[in-house]
Design a protein around this ligand. Structure first.
Ligand SMILES: Nc1ncnc2c1ncn2[C@@H]1O[C@H](COP(=O)(O)OP(=O)(O)OP(=O)(O)O)[C@@H](O)[C@H]1O
Length: 867
């Protein structure tokens, strides 16, 4: 018994998608040739767009809430609770402020990140081929309506629920059914399935056509589709954490742990130094809160999102935020040749006809459409040539009796057509494949192979054309393609893209090797490779590769130099990707066909072609190139490196402030209270909350550092935090800042006649003490300005990147200074933060501090550069 699939396009009566085709077409008021464009537009008004409803709007309170209860925030809540219990309401409120503001900031940053990923859709609109007014149109998938007739082709994602009208396709329905083996769907199959999902005549939105060709009439779109129903039930899948984020989370926790230990350690020390228990407690909490890096992760997310956005502008759509960073650590790129290194603008350069049907065979043995300029560029070039040489292209489809499509493994295709009352087989393909199937003397074959070799040496793509007359339709491909008569050879040129040579040179200076994996002839590919600067030190043909044992392949891949893998089958890509990964390389692999999908998944970075690629390849890839251009991959690598560098920059910046903040407390404790506390708790929080955030964010937007593409790729094992970074953060900038901050503090105290042990809580010295802590606070702010400038570059001098090239940072610093000035000079804030207005001589003393801190690091970088 069959359950029938009902769909309800708003006003139309429900249709039964499994009724006979003729009835279904009538019920949907459409024809095998599709709707008219006008009718489709009208129906779109009624049925609404073919898109799934988004739940975005309703989720935000939840997301915001999540930011307030993540583990580090919880730690801060506990600290706030303790402050409350200890009776210091001001501190408790300030801590709550820190959490709320950071939560809000993190929320905004994550929303931005999500938007960046969603916006990618706009760069790569999903288009679907449909018949309208009897012609094929590529319309946006969102504009499909019930009654549209889809053209299903190998590699395409099916954009709506539909019933096959003619043809046969193999469909990967795993995303609906979980079953990964493709199933066959046939227009005239007998339908006795119990569920619509199993019906052999239906195809569903979201599934993928992996083989075959068919027409299908749409019966459900948008939320009426099967997947629409599932989508409205299931919730969103979580975003997976990248290695970078995992690393930084670990670092954040480590620092939080240190903060807790320092805080707890301060308790007895503070008490021994003469503080009351409650005062020591308050300072312990302050120290803890100041050093918990709760803003670190969202800042990274935002930096990655900014990277995704600028990569998209450059033509590389990165589908997952985390992969931005992986792309930056690429060590090997395996690239296709046609269309990626070359322009994919083919033209026939020379032809060597030997049989009179040569031009006719070229015209017949083709699936491209010269009028619509659609189809394989090789075939379009051949059709152009055939048409210019007198072939009639108009009768082709009507005369075709059989088609054995181009197979990237067999590297040839054939058709059987009616030519003037006779049946003719026409074959074209790689000469190595076609010549052995032609009857000819051995000497002749050798002469032709030598000619092919000579043409390939001039970077021509050579195809052999053959054919024969048959008395009856051959039983299958093998039978059709035997005993052929050679009709001629044809050589096509496909010039390299002009920008590729520079991109290859960039790869080389960046320590990235480029291997070419192509279906083309070895000599042709090697010649093209050389023309764009790729080494082509070794050419490994498909047959040689098949016989190459694993250790030899590994050896070839680890040896110096670059390899051209020619006559490669799609499976070879998988093997090469595997071997490279086993050798410890970070592999970016390009691909476009259905068969490339496994290799794209296996590579660290799968790169699919946006123009020439199938939906299957785009699904499997992590990066989609909107221009199919090799140079864009390299631009992506550059961007990935920049983003990773920037993450390091703000981590460095955030680390550096720990020393000047903690040092004063240590001094107080070690001196046994002879030296008063140089900073108040609320002042620390003001730095943490008010003055640090914007410059840190701005460092995430730093432009690329000179020399970015002339250093070796980062090793896989190399973390975000390095020893050198800690040395700069703590040993150099932190230490210099600490000394300067204490210097300012003591200068103000001594100027007022203070001596160690003097009482500063009341009397004549009290005002001076307030000014001294304010001077410490201001000194930290000034030192951090210097740190921010120093953090802008990792190795090179600040001069080489330019002082004003990061406007955002300048803005952040202005804000930082205005905020600090308000705290110091506005009376209500003075009362809250325990600050006092600073006299002019103190301000004058502070002014050179940024230069001193930056200068110390500049010197360090200079010394390490010299080494
Ligand atoms: N439409 C076609 N009909 C017949 N033979 C073809 C056709 N297209 C290509 N070939 C032959 O098959 C070989 C491999 O083509 P294929 O498209 O797989 O590789 P390619 O485009 O060179 O690969 P890549 O994009 O990886 O560089 C070509 O060198 C050519 O000899």
């Amino acid at each position: 018994m069959t359950t029938h699939l009902k769909t309800k396009p708003a006003e139309a009566p429900p249709v039964d998608a499994r009724e006979p085709v003729a009835r279904l077409l009538r019920d949907l008021r459409t024809t095998p040739g599709g709707l008219t464009a006008r009718e489709a537009a009208r129906r779109l008004q009624v049925s609404g767009p073919n898109a799934l409803p988004s739940h975005r709007g309703r989720r935000w309170p939840l997301e915001l809430g999540r930011q307030l209860v993540h583990p580090l925030a919880l730690l801060l809540w506990v600290a706030g609770g303790l402050a409350w219990a200890a009776g210091t309401t001001n501190l408790a409120i300030a801590i709550a402020g820190v959490i709320l503001l950071n939560g809000l900031l993190a929320f905004v940053q994550e929303q931005q990140a999500e938007k960046a990923v969603e916006a990618l859709g706009k760069y790569l609109p999903d288009r679907a081929p449909v018949l309208r007014d009897g012609q094929v149109w590529h319309v946006p998938a969102t504009e499909l309506v019930p009654g549209d007739v889809l053209v299903l082709e190998e590699g395409n994602r099916i954009p709506a629920d539909a019933r096959l009208v003619d043809g046969t396709v193999d469909v990967d329905a795993s995303m609906l059914t979980g079953e990964s083996v493709p199933v066959t769907r046939m227009a005239d199959a007998h339908d006795d399935a119990s569920r619509p999902l199993d019906s052999p005549v239906l195809v569903f939105s979201g599934t993928v056509c992996v083989a075959g060709a068919a027409h299908a009439v749409v019966h459900a779109t948008g939320r009426h589709t099967e997947i629409g129903r599932i989508a409205s039930l299931s919730s969103r899948v979580g975003r997976e954490e990248s290695p970078l984020e995992r690393q930084v989370r670990r670092v954040a926790w480590l620092i939080a742990l240190v903060a807790v230990v320092v805080g707890i350690g301060f308790l007895p020390l503070g008490w021994l130094a003469g503080l009351s228990w409650s005062a020591a407690f308050v300072f312990a909490i302050g120290l803890l809160v100041a050093n918990v890096p709760e803003g670190l992760l969202p800042t990274i997310t935002l930096a990655l999102a900014a990277g995704v956005r600028s990569m998209a502008k450059a033509g590389a759509l990165v589908k997952r935020l985390s992969e931005v960073e992986t792309l930056g650590s690429t060590t090997v790129i395996c690239t296709d040749k046609t269309g990626t290194l070359t322009r994919n603008e083919m033209s026939v350069e020379e032809a060597h006809p030997v049989g009179e049907q040569f031009v006719g065979a070229l015209a017949r043995c083709s699936t491209a459409d010269l009028g619509a300029s659609s189809g394989d560029p090789t075939e379009l070039a051949l059709l152009r040539y055939a048409s210019a040489n007198g072939a009639d292209l108009s009768l082709r489809d009507a005369a075709r009796k059989a088609l054995y499509p181009f197979d990237p493994r067999l590297k040839r295709m054939s058709t059987v057509d009616l030519v003037g009352g006779d049946l003719w087989v026409s074959t074209k393909g790689a000469p190595e494949q076609v010549l052995p199937r032609c009857a000819m003397p051995a000497g002749e074959r050798a002469r032709l192979l030598a000619l092919v070799d000579e043409m390939a040496g001039r970077a021509l793509r050579v195809l052999a054309v053959a054919g024969r007359r048959v008395s009856a339709l051959p039983a299958g491909r093998d039978e059709a393609e035997t005993d052929l008569i050679l009709l001629g050879l044809v050589g096509l040129v496909d010039p390299p893209r002009p920008e590729v040579a520079a991109a290859v040179a960039d790869c080389h200076s960046a320590g990235i090797r480029v291997h070419v994996v192509t279906g083309d002839n070895g000599r042709t590919a090697a010649e093209i490779a050389r023309r764009v600067g790729i080494g082509a030190d070794r050419v490994i043909g498909g047959e040689e590769l098949a016989e190459l044992p694993e250790p030899s392949l590994d050896e070839a891949l680890t040896a110096n130099g670059e390899i051209v893998f020619s006559r490669a089958a799609p499976e070879d890509k998988l093997r090469i990707a595997d071997a490279l990964r086993d050798c410890g390389e970070v592999v970016a692999m390009t691909g476009d066909g259905v068969n490339d999908a496994p290799a794209l998944r296996r590579a660290d970075i799968g790169v699919a072609m946006g123009i020439g690629g199938t939906d299957v390849a785009k699904e499997a890839a992590t990066v989609v190139l909107t221009d199919d251009n090799f140079a864009t991959i390299v631009a992506g690598v550059r961007e990935g490196r920049r983003v990773f560098d920037n993450v390091r920059k703000f981590v460095l910046y955030i680390f550096a402030h720990a020393v000047p903040e903690v040092l004063p407390f240590l001094l107080f404790a070690v001196s046994g209270g002879m030296i008063p506390l140089p900073l108040t708790v609320l002042q620390i929080l003001a730095i943490d909350l008010g003055t640090e955030t914007l410059p840190a964010l701005a460092l995430g937007r730093e432009p690329a550092e000179p020399g970015l593409m002339s250093r070796r790729p980062r090793r896989r094992s190399e973390g975000v935090v390095t020893g050198r970074m800690l040395l700069r953060a703590w040993g150099i900038m932190g230490l210099v800042s600490g000394v300067l901050v204490l210097g300012a503090f003591f200068a103000v105290l001594y100027a007022a006649g203070w001596h160690p042990g003097a009482d500063v809580t009341s009397g004549a010295l009290h005002v001076a003490y307030l000014q001294a802590t304010t001077a410490s606070f201001a000194a930290i702010v000034f030192c951090q300005v210097g740190t921010a400038f120093a953090a802008r570059t990792e190795r090179v001098s600040l001069r080489s990147v330019g002082l004003t090239t990061n406007r955002l940072l300048l803005g952040g610093i202005v804000f930082e200074l205005v905020f600090a000035a308000a705290l110091i000079y506005l009376p209500p804030l003075q009362a809250l933060f325990g600050t006092a207005a600073l006299p002019a001589w103190v301000v004058a003393m502070l002014l050179p501090m940024p230069v001193l801190v930056w200068g110390a690091d500049e010197l360090f970088r200079w010394v390490t550069r010299r080494r």
